[in-house]
Write a protein that binds this ligand. Sequence first.
Ligand code: ADP
Ligand code: MG
Length: 720
Amino acid sequence: MPQKKTTVLAASSPVTALPGISETRGALFSKLGIETLADLVTHYPRAYEFRGKTASVVEAAESAGRGETVSLILTVGTQPKVTTIRRGMVLTRFTAFDETGSVQITYFNQPYLRDAFAVGTTHRFFGRCERGVGGRLAMNTPGHEPLPPGDPGDGSTLPAICPIYRTTSGLTRKLLTDAVSRALDALYPPDAEHPDPLPYALLREEGLCGRTYAVERIHRPENEAALDAARKRLIFEELLLFALSLRIRRAQSEARTARPMHAPDMQRFYDRLPYTLTGAQMRAIDAFLHDMTARPSPMNRLLSGDVGSGKTVCAAAALYVALENGCQAAMMAPTEILARQHYDDLSPLFAVLGYECALLVGATKPKEKSQIKARLADGTLPLVIGTHALLEENVVFADCGLVITDEQHRFGVSQRAALAKKAENVHTLIMSATPIPRTLALMLFGDLDMSVLDELPPGRQRVQTFAVDESYRDRLNGFIRKQAEAGHQVYIVCPAIDEGEEEPIPGEAVQTRPTMKAAVAYARELSERVFPDLPVGFLHGKMRPAEKEAIMRRFAAGELLILVSTTVIEVGVNVPTATLMVVENAEYFGLSQLHQLRGRVGRGRDKSWCILVSDKKGEDAGQRLDILCKTANGYEVAERDLEMRGPGDFFAADPAGVSWEVRQSGGLRFDIASFCDDVEFLRRAFSAADAIIAADPMLEREEHAALREALMGRFGALIL
Ligand code: ADP
Ligand code: MG
């Protein structure tokens, strides 16, 4: 191996400074968001394997086939044989034994392993034992580690707990684990002194371990107690930093001054609406009015409301206030579909009120785009609705008074920073359709004022929800057909998965996961075999916007009756004639996400249904889906979700890979807070942050220097 220049490795060194990591490999690390050694160190394991307790072959034979994972200490007995079964399928196979018996071991598509298993060498194998051909005991693609020199032969010198990292195809678990390990060795040599961001007094008060210990142990825990302590400490730190960033942002926003506005004649606006506003909508609008006209600092408010609660018209009221004050206003949505929908909803209303509105999205023709930009710059265009196209540097407003963002959490951090810069002293309103429990909301949105639409407009009917398994497939297809033949549209949603992104946990993940209804293949099957006579459309996240747009339009127009899709339709899409939502592999979605999906139907006059298909056995999955069947209110669903899964899931990425960070105005990825399963712990981190800020608002004290540095490293882009 070519020797790398010996450089002093630092936290900011690129991963390619490590031996064995080429530029090409570096690119794979990049895909995981890992650029530097510091990133490697905070690439915390997503799970652990407890390999410490070993069994003999005889013991393993007793439990074979039951799906339990075991560790075996085995000696290689036969030379590994590599055979090609068919194109793209290579087996490496050998027999290994202990004093009580032997096991046939097979690896798929890793021919290079032949050299790792010399006859007579001893390894720890970890995975499931099955009965193979002729009743032979077999292990398929088990985890493996050679016994280190000096091991007494029982594997006791090997780590008992092995980390599993989030990885990507092309980057093996071993490579990633080694890289993390080397980064740890480089940045955390045994005698190094690291300043701890958490003040000592706080550590003592909360019973937390120091940072150096925690970082070491989160990657290489010697036992479960050490792992627990490490995890607790790191979660606390992450939550504390997050809470501090919110509090500081709030203080910053309160220190700004907005241009004073007056309260316009709202009745003129209300008179244009075809319905009476609900009490919740009125309260929200009153709050906007107060924020915009009766305070020195700009409005900085979150409008949260379940699907269908009528957020759009509230947003329109805020836009109206700004426009009546002679300002321009903008509204930004995360997707073109949503932006267009807002535009279709709002432009007629504002036309009547005397304000022109333009749509600015990626697909807008260049000529029209530059016209819109010119007119925003010279102030002749009062209102614009668009996507992040609005954030481009050459979009300049003559005098913008209000920016509204819909589903802001779906924008990236850099986009949010661009927005914050553009809208510095401007009133801002953030809309979110993700109901989250009140207790969490008060903490997670601590930098914002909050209005909640907790009341649906009258006359809404409940969407009947059922959870079914595969045995209902025929009946379900019959039901889909019935709805479609009656001229109603049907959504069929499959989890979006990037196959091959995650290395499975040996012996566990692969077998316990039910077969995914891979959206592409499923759409084809439905259109060719099941409903050959019905128009079926297909929508997925990787399509070009124009394609998506076209499909969505045809679906909304009723030209397509069945739409198979990944969750790109998730938020805000409005097709009032759709009456049936089918969710495949429903267990892969968060409860709140399922609730969102359900909100796509029942938007018109016709009775609507939501069918959750899941073959996942197990109490937890069933219980979760049951909550949805029984509860129509999104906030209640979220409360139950919180009880069942803990707050961590509100920071987490969905197991199906669909990220639904609830931290609406953060656009953040949490490294470890998603393991927090205790609301009380979360509360403590937030009150610790409040205590720190109360004593030292700008973190200027000596004892907060390391804390301040950590905070800037983590949330600087958002605070500064
Ligand atoms: P969401 O909060 O999900 O964005 P929308 O703003 O899209 O909800 O509103 C959903 C539907 O309810 C729209 O068709 C809207 O016109 C209608 N709506 C909103 N407010 C009321 C109300 N107070 N009474 C009756 N219908 C309303
Ligand atoms: Mg909406």
